[in-house]
Structures are given as C-alpha cells and as structure tokens.
Design a protein around this ligand. Structure first.
Ligand code: HEM
Length: 521
C-alpha cells in the first residue's frame, strides 16, 4: 500500500517523486483557529469526513501547510506503523517541554543520540521500550495496580466516613474528590509510597491549578501570561526535586520499576534532578487522566435510567465475595477485589470503552522524515475514486484523527449517542478493532492502567455508595462537552454540575484481597 513501507531501505527515486503532488488542500482560517485552538485539525478532519475519497488532505493553517490530516481508518493504521519514512517527531517533546518548562538545551540533549554508542536508539525509542516492558499485562501491571489500590482504599474509607454523617445523603464534589484520589493513588503506583503526592497531600491542588490554566501558546511566550499555572508547576517541580534529592533514597528505592527505568533513561542523557523533576511533573498530566474518565463514566451511567442498578448487580454478582478478617471489630467482613473489575464485569468494561470513545481525541501524530510517495491503489470511499499517488514532504506532520473515525456513522451507528452495550464482548478493542477504536492511537502504552484504574474506581464508588437523585433544585452530574475540550486534557473535563448526592451503601467492603496476594507473591 505504501511505497517503500515494505522495504525499509527504499529511497524514492527522482522519477517517483516527479509529478506526484501533495494530497488535496484544505484552508484553515483565523476564525477556525481561534474557535477550536489545539483541536482545529480534528475539526477539519470531521468537517471533511466524506469529501476526499482516499481520506487524506493537506491542512493549510494561515497559508502554512502544517499537516496531512487523515480521517480514514485503514490509512490511519498504515501510517501509524513503524517506518523509516516517519516517526513520532517533535510533538511529544513539545508537550514534555512546554508543560514541564524544560530548557531548550535539555530538549536538544533528549533529541540527540550518543555518537559513541552504536546501540543508542534515541530517547523516544528508549522510552517506548521501557514502557512496553514495565507496563505489560502480568506481574508488572499487577504491581502497579496493587500500589494504586493500597492508596485508594484509605481515601475511599475517609470519603465513606464523611458521607456517613448525613443519613439523607451528603453532597460530594465528585470531580474534586476524584482529582485528589486519582493523583494520590496513581502517583503512588508510579513513584511509590514516598511519591510527592503521597507525602504532601495538598500538592494535588497545585496540579489542578496547573491543569486548569494550561495553554501551550501561553507557555511558549512568557510566564507573565501564565503566572498562576507556572507558580503551581514550580511547586510540583520543587516537590519532585526534593523527592529526587532525598539522600536516604527512601523515595526512589520504593518506586515502581517503571519509574526507576524512566529515571535511568533520563540520567543516561545527563539530566539534572531539577530537569528530571520537570519531566516527572509533565508526565502527571497523562497519568492522572483516569480522574476525568471516571467522572464521565459515572455521569453517563446516571444519565441512563436503570443502568446504575445493572452495573451494581454485575459488580456484586461477578466479583467474588470473600470474607476477610476485620481487625477493628474482630469479626469477618464481606470483601471484593475491585482491581478485577475489568476482567469480570463485561457491561462496565463496555461502558468504559464507550465513554473513552466519546470523551477523548485519540489522535495519532507522526512526522514525515523525508520526501516520499504514498500510493493508494484502492479507493477507500466511493466506488469510482481513482488510484492516487501523493507526495509527502519532509517536515510535515501526519495528523490521524480518532475523533473523525469515532464520529463516523459508517463505523459507529448513531455515533453521538451513548450506547452502553456498544463494546460488549470486546476486551481490548484497541487491538481487536485497531482501525476503529482510536482512543489509544496506535497504541498508548498506559492503556491497561487507564482501563483498570477507571473500572476499579467506578466499581468501588458504585459498591460503596448509592447515588441519590439530585435535590429538587439541583442538577444531575454534567455530561462532557467536547466543544470545550482541549488537546492537553487527554479526556474531556466536566464543565457544569460536579456535585453528587451520596449515601453509604449496604455494607460490602472494598478491600484489596488481590493486593495482599500480590504482596505475598
Ligand atoms: C485516558 C487516558 C489516556 C489516553 C486517551 C491516552 C492516549 C494516548 C495516545 C492517543 C497515544 C499516541 C499513540 C500513537 O502515537 O499513536 C498515547 C501514547 C502514549 N501513552 Fe497514553 N493515553 C492515556 C493515558 C496514559 C497513561 C496513564 C500512561 C502511562 C502510565 C500513558 C503512556 C503513554 C506512552 C508511554 C505513550 C507513547 C507510546 C509509544 O511510545 O509508542 N498514557 N497515549
């Protein structure tokens, strides 16, 4: 399909490039840019869904031919594949540096390769490999989930204690609570029990301030325009630096294997502790995304009458109930291991996948390394489209839009409707239907964490609490508004009512039997 793709040493000859033109042009105006910001390429991908038969066009932003936009599912999977012609490019570096505030010389060091080390494949490749190794399903994944659960359990207990006080139900800002609980629990899963978010419980508020005020353009210009976010970022970087400087090493010693491997990769490239702290801070942004997904899942479940009861029934029926010793009352109490929710609760899992489809962009970005041609022999849309050979120019981005594919009625009937059963029977849609389920691009190495943390969080909240209808003058939990979603959010943040009325449920404890097993193992 792609000339040169099957032969990694293929360099296009002049006659191949000669005469080949770039994919058709679509102009993006100032208004679109101002209105849609970092989502502008996804917006044009959606607007032009059925316009170009081969599902690819060139987006020109204010006259600058910035990117080839792809909105065809098959072409997306072809272009995301490892290739001599394309790689991840500068976009991951841009966000790592723009969010963390790394100096340009540090960025250059990360982008360069050691000329004396023939085996140095570069930072991107290094980071990719270590995540593949340390986040694989099995023991590495289980130990990350065990640390997550160990932090989540007392947070849930304290929420239960505060809700218990009011028998008619207590009002809880669910979004605020989730942001705190996910930041503390996921950071412990990555950086261990001495992670900055575990030792300084107020740090998560700095994270929220940063995330709520982040804008890539503001951070490119001057901290004057972004002072609030920069101040919050500095507080987090200071905390991570203290963690790295801890002479006793107790923090880093108890960190996950993932975090230790990341540190080794950064240290190999000569980064100081302060620079490593900046990298760690910007990694929090993606890692804490399950907070937004969990909120959105609960809001969607509540929006469908009867669905909450079905999920609660599923959680109660399929996750084995174990009687565990209760040291406070010297008796035994019924307990479920909710880290097994994604394995045992098919409807809940389907809902998590469906919500991810609705609330994420799922974009795959690649950079064209040198001029080459792309021959598309078969029309992918419309019966009479001719075969085409396009020239892809060095330096342009390839922006494959998951949003366009997820919103296409050709792939998903009634694509804007929340259908809880859409992914029933699909355990890993990102590998089972890779062209259609674009949430994790091709593919996110944190996907098992996202899926399992979200299902565990939802299952535990649903088991521990009853969600009461909103008070007479209150509004239900808000559903996500994708128009106000920005690229850096990972998943749409709620805009509207985030306060839920909770009552403590009928008594099943959410303990972490599995955690004990993994610890023993
Ligand atoms: C809802 C949350 C998340 C979403 C929607 C998401 C989505 C994505 C997407 C679309 C990509 C680009 C894949 C491509 O290049 O085609 C990606 C890459 C990546 N993600 Fe995530 N992600 C999420 C959370 C996480 C978490 C929690 C982690 C780590 C614990 C993580 C680690 C990574 C890594 C390491 C890559 C680079 C993959 C590579 O080197 O091939 N992500 N993610």
């Amino acid at each position: 399909l792609l000339r040169g793709r099957h032969n990694p040493h293929h360099q296009p000859a002049d006659h191949e490039l000669h005469g080949a033109i770039e994919p058709p042009l679509v102009r993006v105006g100032v208004r679109d840019l101002l209105q849609h910001g970092t989502r502008v390429l996804d917006k044009v991908a959606v607007d032009n869904l059925d316009r170009f038969p081969h599902g690819i066009f060139t987006a020109s932003i204010l006259g600058w031919r910035a990117a080839y936009v792809v909105n065809d599912s098959h072409l997306t999977t072809v272009l995301q594949a490892k290739s001599k012609h394309r790689d991840f490019g500068w976009v991951p570096f841009f966000f790592l540096c723009n969010m963390g505030g790394l100096a340009s010389k540090t960025v250059a060091r990360l982008q360069s390769r050691d000329p004396k080390d023939a085996d140095d494949a570069g930072f991107n490749a290094d980071f990719h490999d270590l995540h593949v190794r340390e986040l694989a399903l099995g023991a590495p994944h289980q130990s990350v989930m065990a640390e997550f659960a160990a932090a989540w359990d007392p947070l849930l207990d304290s929420l239960r204690a505060s809700v218990q006080a009011g028998s008619a139900g207590a009002e809880v800002d669910l979004w605020r609570w989730l942001r705190k609980a996910v930041a503390i629990s996921v950071s412990r899963a990555a950086w261990g029990p001495r992670s900055p978010f575990s030792t300084d419980p107020a740090l998560w508020e700095h994270f929220c301030t940063f995330a709520d005020h982040y804008h890539p353009l503001k951070y490119m210009t001057s901290s004057v325009y972004a002072w609030r976010g920069v101040r919050a970022r500095d507080a987090m970087v200071d905390a991570f630096e203290r963690y790295y400087l801890d002479e006793a090493g107790s923090g880093r010693d108890s960190a996950s294997r993932l975090s230790k491997a990341r540190d080794r990769s950064l240290e190999k490239r000569g980064l100081s502790h302060r620079e490593m702290a900046r990298c760690a801070m910007s990694m929090c942004v993606g890692q804490f995304t399950p907070a937004a997904v969990t909120f959105d899942v609960i809001a969607y479940i509540l929006s469908c009458p009867g669905l909450m009861d079905r999920i609660r029934h599923e959680v109660r029926s399929y996750i084995p109930l174990i009687n565990t010793p209760d040291t406070t009352t010297n008796s035994r109490k019924p307990t479920i291991d909710i880290t097994r929710a994604s394995d045992t609760c098919p409807l809940l899992l389907s809902i998590v996948h469906e919500v991810l489809r609705l609330v994420t962009l799922g974009v795959t970005v690649r950079s064209v390394l040198h001029d080459h041609t792309l021959t598309l022999p078969l029309p992918t849309k419309g019966p009479s489209s001719p075969k085409a050979t396009y020239r892809l120019r060095k330096g342009r981005l390839i922006w494959s839009s998951g949003l366009a594919i997820h919103g296409s009625p050709a792939h998903f009937p009634s694509p804007q409707t929340f259908d809880p059963e859409r992914f029933l029977g699909c355990r890993f849609p990102e590998t089972q239907v890779p062209g259609l389920f674009r949430v994790f691009g091709g593919v996110c190495l944190g996907r098992h964490i996202v899926r399992d943390v979200t299902t565990a969080a939802v299952a535990s909240l649903i088991s521990a609490f009853e969600f009461l209808p909103a008070a007479a003058d209150g509004a239900p939990l808000c559903l996500p508004n994708l128009d106000r979603f920005t690229f850096d959010q990972g998943a749409a943040h709620p805009r509207g009512n985030t306060v839920a009325r909770l009552r403590v449920g009928d008594g099943v404890s959410i303990l972490w039997e599995g955690v004990q097993d993994w610890r023993r193992g």
